[in-house]
Design a protein around this ligand. Sequence first.
Ligand code: SF4
Ligand code: SF4
Length: 156
Amino acid sequence: MCPSWYDGLRFDCVGCGRCCRREGAAFLLPETVKQMARALNLTEEAFARTYMTSRWRYPSLASDRSGRCVLLTPSDRCALYELRPVHCRTWPFWPQVLESSQAWQEAAKRCPGMNDGPLIGRQTIMALLDESVRFFMALSEWNLLKKQKGGLLWKP
Ligand code: SF4
Ligand code: SF4
């Protein structure tokens, strides 16, 4: 059976920043931590203290009490857009969003860019989905490794 996105899906981020302003997670892999710390001229430890937290035991960017990501600027732009985590960059082509058309429509209620804009073809969707799946696998592997080493590597 063909997946619900076989004929493509419409998506065009309108830059509203809504997905960066709610309580959630922007999970991080070690290479992203390194790149972000370097871009901000910080050590990884200093970056972790100021910008990171643990969500569901996974390393993530922190957010303020209202749920705004710590990297979201007052004008609702990502301060490190070019280095944003794979978790952010592959939205909305995550496995849990693509698993059914219902899941897609449910997510679209919170993201005005979904169901709008150019048609994203299945090849592009597959590439993003693949990247997203590999990202979540790498995140789990990293978490397992950290557990074996006795805890979170970058504890805020
Ligand atoms: S909620 Fe959707 S349209 Fe708005 S910034 Fe996030 S991805 Fe873009
Ligand atoms: S890292 Fe950037 S794109 Fe991701 S949630 Fe934070 S502000 Fe948004």
